[in-house]
Ligand binder design. Structure first.
Ligand code: ADP
Ligand code: ZN
Ligand code: ZN
Length: 705
C-alpha cells in the first residue's frame, strides 16, 4: 500500500488526477473508485514535511490539499517521476577497445567516433559529443555492434570535502565572535535573534556559524527576501564554502525547481538558499536555519495560502531540533518581544564591521517646500556636492511612476481608476496612466473628461520624475531602481553591479533599495515621503516606516566614507519621526511595543482577518454578518475571549472591480482565537451566500488593507 505522502493517480469524474496519499481506511462506499496507479513507493513528501503541511494547514486555516499542492514542485504535481536528470555518458566497451580501426575502413564516421571514445576513457557527455561533432547515427551503429555503450548516471551525493572552507573567514569582531559561539554552542532547537545594526556584518556571522554545521555533513537552509537573492548574495556563500549550493526562487523553471527540491531532499545540496517558499523544502540532514532580513514583508505570502515563512522557520527548527537564526537590523516587534522575554536568545551587534560609523540622520523640514518640488534645495545641493566629490548618493522615494495624480486645474477632476478606489499614476515614459492596485491602464487624456479644459496638470512626484529632475541637475549618471526599470531578467543585477563599480552616480529608487545592499562608495542618502507611514492608521504603519527608514539610511557610509542621511519630513516634530531620526530603533520599538500592549495588538494579542470580496458592498457585508452571527455572544473581555470587530468596509473599499469588506478577530490567547476561527470557517463554508463572494482567512495578517 502506498504510504502517506506518496502520489497516486485517481479517477475524478472523467479525468485522472494526481493525488497525495493522506490515510488508509476500509470503506464500503460503492461510489469510491480504486486508485489507478501508484506513482511513488516511498513518500515524496516525507513525514517531517507532511507534518509541517498539516500544521500549517491547521494554523492558517487553509485546506490541506491546497497546501500539499502548493508545496509540491509543478512537475511532481503533474505526475512526473521524482528522479533527477540523469547524466548521459557514451563510453567504449571492452570489446570496442579491441577493435582495430581498419575494420571500420568503410565507415569513416564510426571510425572517428570510436577513436574519440578511445581518447576519452571516462566517456563523452552529450555536450562533448556536440562540441566534437560526433555523428549520432555512427554512435548508434557502434552501440549495436556492442563496441560502445550509453550510460545513465544518477547524480550522487558528493563526498564531504576535507575542508568545507574554500576561502578563509574574516577575523571576527568580539561581538561577532560572541554571536558565532552562541549559535555553535546551541544543541538542538534554539531560536536566536541576531540583532545587528546595518553593516555590522551579520552575513559574516551566518557564514562562520554555518562552517561547523557543514563540516559535520549537515545542511543549512537560508531564507532571504525576494529581492535579496542577488548574484552578490549567492557569491558570498559560494565563495566561502566548497560545498554545493542550491537556489530556490520564483524565477526557476519547472525542471530547475524539481532539481533543486530533489538535490535538497537527497542531500546533494548542502546549502539551500531561497525565498519564502523554500521553507517547504525537504532536507536530508538539516543542521541550521537562517532567516536573513527577518523583518522583511516578503516572507509573508499575501495571497492563496497566506503563511509566514519566518514563523514556519521557527516551527521547522523545533521539529528538526536545530537552531534557527533570525537576522535583522530592524527586527519585527513580534521577534523583538520574543527576545525581550527570553524565548529567543538575543545576540546583538551594536557596531559596524571594519570600523565604519553609523550615519547620522538629519531632519529637513519640508513643510514650506513647493508642492511640486520633491527635493528641498538643501538636499539637492548635498546630492550635487556628493557626486562632485566622486561619491554616490541615493534618493529614496517609495512611489513608482512620474506623478501619482493627474488633475484638471479648472474643475478639479482627477484621473481615477474605474475599478479601484484609487487614483491613477502617470507613467510619462509609457504615456500611460496606470493603477498600481489592479494594473488597469489607459492613455493620458488631452482634455479634461469632465469640463473639456486642456488645463491638465500633474501633482506629486514618483521615481520617474525624480530621475528626470536629478538628470538635469547632476553631473553624474542617474540610476533608477524600481519595479518598472527592473522587469527584464538581469536588469536589476546589472544596475546593482554598476553602483558597486563605484563611479559617481545618483541612485533613485523605491524600497527595492532597502534590502541588504552593500555599496561601498555610497555616502549620502536622501529620504523623502515617509510621513504617511508614521501617521498611518494601520497599526503596523510606524513600525514599517521606521524599518524602511533605517534600512535605507543603512546603505550610507558602509565602508571608508562617512555616511550622511537627510530625512525630508513635513512632521519633523512628530514624536515617532523624531525617534526614528535619532537612529535608535530600539527606543522607537519600545514606544511602539508599549502602544501595542495597551491596545492588545500583536505581539500582546493575536489577530485574524476574514476578508470578503463581492460585486457589491452590501453582499460582502451581508456575508460577513452571517459569518459572525453565531459568535457575537463571545464578546466579553476575559482572557480567553475573542473580540469580533466589524464587519466593515476595507480601508480600500473597491479594488479591481470588487467591493471588499473585512471582519477582524482579536484575542489575547492564540488557542481561543483558533477555536473560534475553526468554527467560523466551518460555518462560513456551509453558508449559501458564500457562493456569491470570494472570501479567505488571513491569520496573523501583516497588511490590514
Ligand atoms: P549587514 O548584513 O549586517 O548589513 P554585511 O554582512 O553586509 O552587513 O557586512 C558589511 C561589510 O562588512 C561587508 O563588506 C563585510 O564583508 C564586512 N565585514 C563583515 N565582518 C567583517 C569583519 N569581521 N572584518 C572586516 N570586515 C567585515
Ligand atoms: Zn476639468
Ligand atoms: Zn485599479
Amino acid at each position: 500500500m502506498p504510504p502517506r505522502g506518496a502520489r497516486v493517480e485517481v479517477p475524478f469524474g472523467k479525468r485522472i488526477l494526481v493525488g497525495v496519499v493522506h490515510d488508509h481506511q476500509p470503506s464500503s462506499l460503492k461510489t469510491l473508485k480504486p486508485v489507478k496507479r501508484v506513482l511513488d513507493q516511498a513518500p515524496i513528501i516525507d513525514d517531517r514535511l507532511y507534518a509541517l503541511c498539516e500544521w500549517a494547514a491547521g494554523y492558517y486555516h487553509h485546506p490541506l490539499g491546497e497546501v500539499l499542492n502548493f508545496v509540491l514542485p509543478t512537475l511532481l504535481r503533474q505526475g512526473q517521476a521524482a528522479r533527477p536528470d540523469a547524466e548521459i555518458r557514451w563510453r567504449i566497451t571492452d570489446r570496442g577497445r579491441h577493435v582495430t580501426t581498419d575494420r571500420l575502413k568503410r565507415a569513416p564516421r564510426q571510425q572517428e567516433a570510436l577513436a574519440l571514445l578511445v581518447e576519452h576513457p571516462d566517456g563523452l557527455t552529450p555536450a562533448m559529443l556536440e562540441a566534437l561533432s560526433v555523428s549520432r547515427p555512427a554512435l548508434q551503429a557502434l552501440r549495436e555492434k556492442q563496441w560502445a555503450e550509453r550510460e545513465e548516471l544518477l547524480p550522487q551525493v558528493p563526498p564531504l570535502p576535507a575542508d568545507v572552507l574554500a576561502e578563509p573567514a574574516l577575523s571576527a569582531s568580539p561581538e561577532q565572535r560572541l554571536a558565532i559561539e552562541a549559535i555553535n554552542q546551541a544543541s538542538g532547537f534554539q531560536p536566536f535573534l541576531l540583532d545587528g545594526v546595518t553593516g555590522s556584518g551579520k552575513t559574516e556571522v551566518y557564514l562562520q556559524a554555518m562552517a561547523p554545521v557543514l563540516a559535520a555533513g549537515r545542511q543549512v537552509l537560508v531564507l532571504v527576501p525576494e529581492i535579496g537573492l542577488t548574484p552578490q548574495t549567492l557569491r558570498r556563500f559560494r565563495q566561502r564554502f566548497a560545498v554545493p549550493v542550491t537556489v530556490m526562487h520564483s524565477g526557476l523553471n519547472d525542471r530547475e525547481r524539481l532539481e533543486a527540491w530533489l538535490a535538497a531532499g537527497e542531500g546533494r545540496a548542502r546549502i539551500i538558499i531561497g525565498t519564502r517558499s523554500a521553507i517547504f523544502t525537504p532536507l536530508q540532514a538539516p543542521g541550521l536555519i537562517i532567516v536573513d532580513e527577518a523583518h522583511d514583508g516578503s516572507l509573508k505570502q499575501q495571497d492563496g495560502f497566506r503563511y509566514h515563512a519566518r514563523d514556519l522557520a521557527t516551527w521547522r527548527a523545533r521539529q528538526w531540533n536545530i537552531p534557527v537564526v533570525h537576522g535583522s537590523a530592524t527586527p519585527a516587534l513580534e521577534t523583538l518581544h520574543l527576545a525581550h522575554t527570553d524565548r529567543y536568545q538575543w545576540l546583538r551587534l551594536r557596531e559596524r564591521a571594519g570600523g565604519a560609523a553609523l550615519p547620522d540622520i538629519e531632519l529637513l523640514d519640508a513643510r514650506d517646500a513647493a508642492p511640486d518640488a520633491p527635493l528641498l534645495p538643501s538636499a539637492l545641493t548635498a546630492i550635487e556636492d556628493t557626486v562632485r566629490r566622486g561619491e554616490q548618493a541615493l534618493v529614496f522615494l517609495n512611489r513608482r511612476g512620474f506623478a501619482p495624480v493627474i488633475l484638471c486645474r479648472d474643475c478639479g477632476w482627477q484621473a481615477e481608476c474605474p475599478r479601484c478606489d484609487s487614483v491613477m499614476t502617470w507613467h510619462r515614459s509609457l504615456s500611460q496612466l496606470r493603477c498600481h492596485h489592479c494594473d488597469h491602464q489607459q492613455r493620458v487624456p488631452r482634455r479634461c473628461p469632465e469640463c473639456g479644459s486642456s488645463n491638465l496638470i500633474d501633482a506629486g512626484a514618483g521615481t520617474e520624475k525624480l530621475e528626470a529632475l536629478l538628470s538635469d541637475h547632476c553631473q553624474a549618471p542617474v540610476v533608477r531602481i524600481d519595479r518598472d526599470t527592473t522587469r527584464r531578467k538581469g536588469s536589476l543585477d546589472a544596475k546593482l553591479a554598476e553602483i558597486r563599480g563605484g563611479a559617481p552616480a545618483v541612485l533613485v529608487g523605491t524600497q527595492m533599495l532597502a534590502k541588504g545592499h552593500h555599496f561601498p562608495r555610497l555616502s549620502l542618502v536622501v529620504i523623502t515621503n515617509l510621513d504617511a507611514g508614521f501617521l498611518s492608521a494601520d497599526f503596523r504603519g510606524p513600525e514599517q516606516a521606521a524599518q524602511l527608514l533605517l534600512q535605507v539610511a543603512g546603505r550610507a557610509g558602509r565602508k571608508d566614507l562617512r555616511g550622511r542621511v537627510l530625512l525630508q519630513s513635513r512632521h519633523t516634530d512628530h514624536h515617532l519621526v523624531r525617534l526614528a531620526a535619532a537612529g535608535d530603533y530600539h527606543a522607537l520599538a519600545d514606544t511602539l511595543l508599549e502602544e501595542r500592549r495597551m491596545a492588545g495588538l500583536p505581539p500582546f494579542g493575536h489577530l485574524a482577518l476574514l476578508r470578503c470580496e463581492a460585486m457589491s458592498m452590501d453582499k460582502a457585508l451581508a456575508f460577513l454578518d452571517e459569518c459572525a452571527a453565531p459568535f457575537l455572544q463571545h464578546s466579553n473581555v476575559d482572557d480567553d475571549s475573542v473580540n469580533l470587530l466589524g464587519p466593515a468596509p476595507a480601508p480600500m473599499e473597491k479594488r479591481a472591480g470588487r467591493y471588499r469588506a473585512q471582519l477582524l478577530l482579536q484575542a489575547r490567547q492564540r488557542p481561543a482565537l483558533h477555536g473560534v476561527l475553526d468554527a467560523l470557517v466551518r460555518h462560513a463554508r456551509g453558508l449559501p451566500s458564500a457562493r456569491h463572494c470570494r472570501w479567505h482567512v488571513d491569520v496573523d495578517p501583516t497588511e490590514m488593507v
